[in-house]
Ligand binder design. Structure first.
Ligand code: SAH
Length: 246
């Protein structure tokens, strides 16, 4: 998979993409992240990428020329997605869609944003990571890169872990524990230490359901409620919940 990122802060994104999960994915040849510096396509000595907004108002706007030139030179994989608070909300479903393709590209705005002709004439869509305003698209690009990158086949060590985690079945994940079995008097649920794989699977399924009902009822509603079998499981294992959050 190839992902091209256009930004005025290439070191930020390249540094992130070179480490940990994405760094290993690149070393294995699974994900090819190419970061492009929008300033490389400026024509003046100051390498100017922004100017004041027509119509007045505070702040600066990224000019269309360097962005068009940069994208046209790189000929990046499509869709080219502009990062911006007005875009389609990025979630696990969008991450799956992007991971299923051969590649895509991200354009990071800065300051007050980008000239709107970039959005309408150059980009194929707009992506938001949430209802808040960042200083630039770089952090948003890193969020998208990481969430998509870990879904690319072969990137995660244990392929099964992506199939069982939060959102994979419209549910949050069950609680996880590791050693020690007793930490400051807090005991790991006995069923997880029983060695009985059938009981462990049932407990985890019930916990995922109970936790989602309690913390994210909107997710339960989105998947059309609980089936009769799920409802029964949730009730049967009701006494086994971990203590509530402190
Ligand atoms: N003036 C704009 C905000 C610009 S923020 C407005 O009011 O809508 C500067 C840049 O940060 C944007 O161009 C975008 O690339 C990025 N950005 C800000 N918030 C974002 C979000 N929630 N999701 C994705 N990108 C965001």
């Amino acid at each position: 998979m190839r992902v091209d990122v256009f930004t005025i802060f290439p070191e930020m994104v390249a540094g992130f993409a070179g480490q940990s999960l994405l760094g290993r994915a690149a070393a294995k040849g699974l994900v090819d992240v190419r970061v492009h510096d929008l300033r490389e396509h400026t024509t003046d000595v100051h390498r100017t990428v922004d100017d004041t907004p027509f119509g007045g108002g505070a702040g600066m706007v990224l000019m269309p020329e360097p962005i068009f030139a940069s994208v046209e030179t790189a000929d990046p994989p499509r869709p080219l997605l502009l990062l911006g608070p007005g875009g389609r909300r990025f979630d696990q479903g969008v991450a799956r869609e992007l991971a299923a393709g051969e590649g895509f590209s991200l354009l990071c705005g800065r300051y007050e944003g980008v000239d709107d002709r970039v959005r309408t004439e150059l980009c194929d869509g707009e992506l938001s990571i949430g209802d808040y305003v960042l200083g630039g698209g770089e952090v948003a690009a890193m969020v998208v890169l990481e969430a998509v990158g870990r879904l690319v086949p072969g990137v995660m060590g244990n392929a099964a872990s992506a199939g069982e985690e939060s959102f994979s079945d419209g549910l949050l994940e069950y609680p996880q524990y590791t050693k020690p079995a007793v930490f400051r008097g807090l005991e790991v649920p006995a069923v997880l230490r029983s060695g009985d794989h059938g009981r462990v699977a049932r407990w985890r399924r019930a916990q995922a359901l109970r936790r989602t009902v309690r913390d994210r009822p909107d997710l339960i509603e989105a998947r059309g409620g609980l089936s009769a079998e799920e409802q029964a499981l949730v009730e049967e294992l009701a006494g086994d919940d971990p203590p509530p959050r402190r």
